[in-house]
Design a protein around this ligand. Structure first.
Ligand SMILES: Nc1ncnc2c1ncn2[C@@H]1O[C@H](COP(=O)(O)OP(=O)(O)O)[C@@H](O)[C@H]1O
Ligand SMILES: [Mg+2]
Length: 261
């Protein structure tokens, strides 16, 4: 069975794209078949995974067209043998208009029906989302078995977490009973800042069962991954080290749930 993991929070600049991209890459390197789905019209995951900056290369061949056809298959790009991508570009911003005016069915399940034909090909589907509780995010949650809640150690992000959890629980209740919170991932932590350390502790006190033990710290080599790329990156040992430990924890959580079922 495919494990589908959404990375989300209604905040930008918190590491959703970088973390979802690195997670997908590390899983593919571990031998799993992985599909990345870019649900953000900014197309950053598309750029990060493909190494192609110019999104016009993907015009008319994106997740938007896949949703319109209700079939991902014609639009999936092979990046490596194990890593595939369903790209996005700016036009994904029109998805709401399409879903409200033309889509015949439950508009929150449009992505789910689009991905159903490819479930059998993948061990993992990893979905990156925009910084908003938009149709894209609801569609991502509605087709996921798990969600990783991204928590950048700041006040604004702190206030976003309970509202995001409410959205996840409402989606689970109304649309997708299989959805589970894999955990809250603390990112972009700054060891030199007292306020960052306080936020790390605060979120742990409030959600002790949800937080991952791994805290992803701000690190120059990690921040440079979108510049130097995921493959043949001479800094990759350092750049990936926090994420490797996170992915191990994530796999333990996802797998233990499966064996408990
Ligand atoms: N652990 C990290 N250390 C340093 N820079 C990071 C780290 N994680 C993400 N970044 C950088 O922070 C910026 C925002 O990350 P991004 O993944 O684009 O966030 P989001 O998708 O939530 O908007 C990017 O420039 C990215 O390279
Ligand atoms: Mg992003």
């Amino acid at each position: 069975m495919t494990t589908t993991i959404t990375f989300g929070i209604q905040k930008g600049g918190v590491g959703k794209t970088l973390t979802s991209g690195v997670t997908a890459y590390l899983l593919s390197e571990a031998g799993y078949k992985v599909l990345c789905v870019d649900m953000d019209s900014q197309g950053n995951l598309t750029q990060f995974i493909s190494g192609i900056d110019d999104l016009s290369e993907f015009e008319n061949e994106t997740v938007l067209e896949a949703i319109k056809e209700q079939d991902a298959r014609p639009y999936i790009k092979g990046i490596s043998e194990n890593l595939h991508l369903l790209p996005s570009d700016d036009y994904l911003a029109t998805i709401g208009q399409f879903l409200y005016q033309e889509y015949d069915g439950n508009r929150s399940l449009a992505l789910h029906h689009t991905l159903e034909p490819v479930h059998k090909f993948y061990d993992f589907i990893i979905i990156d989302t925009p910084p908003a509780l938009s149709e894209q995010t609801i569609n991502a949650l509605s087709t996921s078995t798990h969600v990783v809640i991204m928590f950048e150690t700041s006040k604004f992000c702190y206030s976003a977490v309970p509202r995001f959890i409410d959205t996840v629980l409402t989606t689970k209740e109304r649309l997708n009973p299989d959805l589970e919170i894999a955990g809250i991932l603390r990112t972009l932590a700054d060891a030199k800042r007292v306020d960052s350390q306080a936020m790390i502790q605060l979120i742990e006190n409030e959600y002790p069962n949800y937080v991952f033990d791994t805290v992803i710290h701000r690190r120059a080599t990690t921040g440079r991954l979108p510049i130097y790329g995921l493959v043949n990156n001479s800094e990759s040992n350092q750049a990936f080290s926090y994420h490797k430990s996170f992915v191990k924890e994530l796999m333990d959580r996802v797998r233990s749930e499966k064996t408990n079922q």
